[in-house]
Design a binder for this molecule. Sequence first.
Ligand code: ASP
Length: 211
Amino acid sequence: MDGQLRIGAVGAVPWLRHPVTLARRVLDDGEHAFLVGRGALEFAALHDIHPEAPEALVTERARRRLEAERAGRLAPSATGDTVGACAVDASGRVAAASSTGGISYKRRGRVGDSPLAGAGLYADDAAGAATATGHGESILRALVTRHAIEWLRAGEAARAAAEEAVAELERRTGGQGGLVVVDRAGRVGQARNTRYLPWASVQEGRREGGT
Ligand code: ASP
């Protein structure tokens, strides 16, 4: 999503290694905002993006974790592998992207918050950009990233906007999640009610990060 409120999203595409690349094509094409499943793959073929076997996209680490959970050596975890990114250019134009395999043990056909504007991500040149991770069903009910952007618009700092949005998530749904928020001046803030939220930022070569 870019700060002009242009959206490109794809869902139910476990065959794609880089779904954000296809989402970008949907955005640039501009006819539709969200394509799923077979239709998304047909659109992908038009752009020379080709499916792979879903098993080929499972990492060794994820495979070992699942085995350990099945064998009772590790407590089952419902958390996913979402990667969210927010960007701001020198003139204050913003964008956000998110990619995920979703939560573990989900039903086939389940789409979470990650591709949905206002839930998994939001971008508005008038305020900033935000991405979310956590329990998708809760995040999409509370529209947490849109919520964070509204706090930015009201003059809150990025950190405070992220905290308000996580508080709203918890208060309204009881769900767990974390947010990264960037305002149009490039100030970064994060908040979470999960145990960890690994994050990193780069600004004019200066790197920061944390968990
Ligand atoms: N939010 C993602 C989902 O529910 C999972 C995650 O962030 O790890 O699909």
